[in-house]
Design a binder for this molecule. Structure first.
Ligand code: NAD
Length: 453
């Protein structure tokens, strides 16, 4: 069957009303959980082929997220899908007001390669929980994981409900010509614009989970040891190929050299070396070549070596970096950590504000007034104080960007809403209605109306 026919069959299936049944949704989610558990060893093998990701990292950053999402939606589906009772205003009394969470219908999820299972399956799981059909197009860049998802899902589920479409830019372009009821895209800001344009042709609502340069500000009042340890972990996890990784550090000049020492200490302590099983390869040669061009040997404090054949780049810290350097012109998305400095916190904020709104931002400090200033002043998708990345793992928080880093959000209940239409419904009583709204209108009616409205 070609992809047009699959979408057609999904529309027919959606129109059959079957996906609206909560027990159907729960059964399908449960089944997906079983399919993933059963195929866990296979999923580990395939991601290892793509970029050398270990079982530990695959479980903690991919599989556990997916299984937790499934469990969350099964457990919370009744309350999430329950119509919300709302107050009825005086002019509509007597009546009953509710918000219904309608599934949007036929949805499209386009995934990125860097956490290939999680970033493809989590949105699809939210789409299923909200009662939709779904076509998932994972990233072809992580080819083995794309094929693995297609195999286990297409063998286990009817394509008229959920289907994994393999393919790259050409297939994605063809799919985007079709009319969906929702498009959920994770990827670069550049392709996000292409997706948004394609969606606009059908007035299809979108969630765009994009990227950008996420700043990490370290003030003179930070616990430098904790800061260095957490930044090093968050930056070199997945070899820096993480959308919410600290892209660059802005350090107070007073503590800059101490911080650099500690960064060095933790990179060595954590053994982020090409031969370590917990240190990943760069996904492909294109990205490898892009990244190595960003390394200015003159500014390298630590690392800076690479091996093209193995697609390994050492964890690299660069100092004395300025906004004019190549490494500051684009999202790095690799194991290169530039360190810039500031004299006042306001100046640091201005540096961030002079660029696109980031997907994440981080602040390390023990001072409450600095925490408050950071939170109130800067506009970014989400972030942490005294940590990096970890906000992503709290499903009670919405996850998404703002401006160039994205539109909309998901995770937990927000994922359910991302794939639902909030339908406002009023059920009016057929009694007790004053005559005020009906003509002919008199002075006395106007006086009453003025009091009521
Ligand atoms: P990408 O934009 O190159 O690709 C994403 C998806 O779009 C892939 O499935 C790809 O096949 C498809 N695609 C690529 N070019 C296309 C085109 N011209 N037309 C239609 N579809 C096209 O992104 P990527 O390299 O997979 O991921 C890296 C980027 O994604 C980084 O910027 C990163 O920050 C961002 N990202 C964001 C999040 C988030 O949750 N906000 C998560 C992961 C990655």
């Amino acid at each position: 069957m070609n992809i047009q026919d699959i979408l057609k069959s999904q529309r027919e299936f959606f129109n059959s009303q079957k996906t609206k049944d909560l027990s159907f949704r729960k059964a399908q989610l449960k089944k997906l959980g079983e399919v993933i558990r059963k195929n866990e060893p296979f999923l580990y093998e395939e991601i290892y082929k793509d970029f050398g990701k270990s079982k530990y990292d695959t479980f903690t950053t991919e599989i556990s997220f997916i299984l937790n999402d499934i469990e969350f939606y099964i457990k919370n589906l009744n309350s999430l899908a329950k119509p919300d009772h709302k107050a009825t205003n005086i002019v509509n009394m007597p009546g009953n007001s509710r918000v219904y969470y309608d599934p949007l219908g036929c949805t499209l999820v386009i995934g990125a390669w860097n956490y290939p299972y999680q970033l493809s399956l989590s949105p699809m799981i939210a789409a299923m929980a909200a009662g939709n059909c779904c076509i998932l197009k994972p990233s072809e860049v992580a080819e083995y994981t794309m094929k693995a998802m297609a195999k286990i899902i297409n063998e286990s589920f009817d394509s008229n409900y959920i289907f994994v479409a393999e393919g790259g830019v050409q297939e994605s372009t063809e799919i985007l010509k079709m009319k969906f009821d929702k498009i959920f895209f994770t990827g670069s800001t550049r392709v996000g614009q292409i997706v948004y344009e394609a969606a606009a042709k059908h007035l299809t609502p979108v969630t765009l989970e994009l990227g950008g340069k996420s700043p990490t500000i370290v003030t003179a009042n930070a616990n430098l040891d904790v800061a260095a340890k957490r930044i090093v972990w968050g930056k070199f996890l997945n070899a820096g190929q993480t959308c919410v990784a600290p892209d660059y550090i802005l350090a107070d000049k007073k503590i800059e050299s101490d911080l650099l020492e500690k960064l060095k200490f933790y990179i060595e302590k954590f053994k982020y070396q090409p031969e370590s099983s917990h240190y990943m390869k760069i996904i492909n040669e294109r990205n490898f070549d892009r990244l190595t061009k960003l390394i200015d040997k003159e500014k390298v404090l630590l690392g800076g070596n690479y091996d093209r054949e193995k697609r390994h780049i050492e964890p690299t810290v660069m100092k004395n970096v300025t906004w004019q350097d190549a490494v500051m012109q684009e999202e790095i998305f690799g194991p290169i950590l530039p360190v810039l400095s500031f004299e006042t916190l306001d100046e640091a904020f201005s540096q961030v504000e002079a660029h696109d709104k980031p997907l994440s931002a981080y602040l390390f400090t023990d001072k409450d007034d600095e925490k408050e200033k950071f939170t109130k002043r800067l506009c970014f998708g989400g972030g942490c104080i005294n940590d990096v990345i970890m906000h992503f793992g709290n499903h009670n928080l919405p996850f998404g960007g703002v401006g160039a880093s994205g539109i909309g959000n998901y995770h937990g209940k927000y994922g359910f809403y991302a794939f639902s239409h909030e339908k406002a419904m009023m059920d009016r009583a057929t009694w007790g209605e004053p005559d005020l709204k009906y003509p002919p209108y008199t002075e006395s009616k106007l006086n009453w109306v003025k009091k009521l409205l």
